[in-house]
Design a binder for this molecule. Sequence first.
Ligand code: XMP
Length: 317
Amino acid sequence: MSFMQTQMLIDEAVESLQSKIDDTAIIACSGGIDSSVAAVLAHRAVGSLLHCVYVDTGFMRKNESIEVAEMFLEMGINLKVVDASDRFFRELEGITDPEEKRKIIGEQFIRVFEDEKKLCGAKFLVQGTIAPDWIESGGGERDVIKSHHNVGGLPDDFELVIVEPLREFYKDEVRSIARVLNIKSSERQPFPGPGLAVRVLGNLTKERVEACREACHIVETRLQDAASAGKCDLPWQYFAALLPVRSVGVHGDVRVHGETVVVRAVTSLDGMSAKYSPIPHEILSSISTEITNALKGQVNRVVYDITHKPPGTIEWE
Ligand code: XMP
């Protein structure tokens, strides 16, 4: 898409938002590209009528909450940060089924939002839903693949008019819009709404989520460094997931019965299909060593996922 075409899409979206929103609106901002684009468009359209809320679920990446707050500050948009992590961990205790996890996370999100809605008296809810979100959540004729947490699940008495400025767009189009809007996270890789919760298979304890957070951080920084040094292309998405698979290992002279980290890196255009990235072995090797050193006693095996989408999905849950 050319700059002019993108600018036209932006103008149309802002005009459409202006015609739809005539009272206080609220939006959940994760800092990701979709919700950030939706927030900037809505802020352009209605200014201070828009209330931006960042919910820290406890499933964010390393340093993410601080970085998002800084990004909004730089864009001159007010962002309220709500730490709801204890509530999320409590509600998810003992839940291991992926769909159940997503439903609970979606519900808790709505609860936190209901509180925020009451506080600001919002009448409209702006959402950064993009086309693959509702298509994979069973829009049209398809089966539900995953319940994307920004789709559906709203209680009947929620009484907010939903406005979705990006509903017809795919990821690559949203990225073009983000670049033209100068949004700092425009080059950031996608991150799922339920966050690390869908990358920690099995029980969601604080300790296991922290391990996944550290492993994700290592994968992100190592691959970014390697790409900057020209050793590989930066994949479209790259992360780690923690598997509840224990295997026997050894650290020094000590036998360890630790869990498994899987490294995932894919190339894709819009997330609807993907190919696993052929990361050079020496980079995978250094990632493996760094993860097992950082998570000594907890993780003693690192594997690389070589599944395309389909038949796999990009995330593991
Ligand atoms: P899957 O795992 O379905 O993911 O192949 C496709 C893309 O969508 C991201 N993803 C989500 N994004 N809410 C989102 O906004 C979600 O619930 C969600 N689940 C997955 C995933 O990271 C990938 O980029």
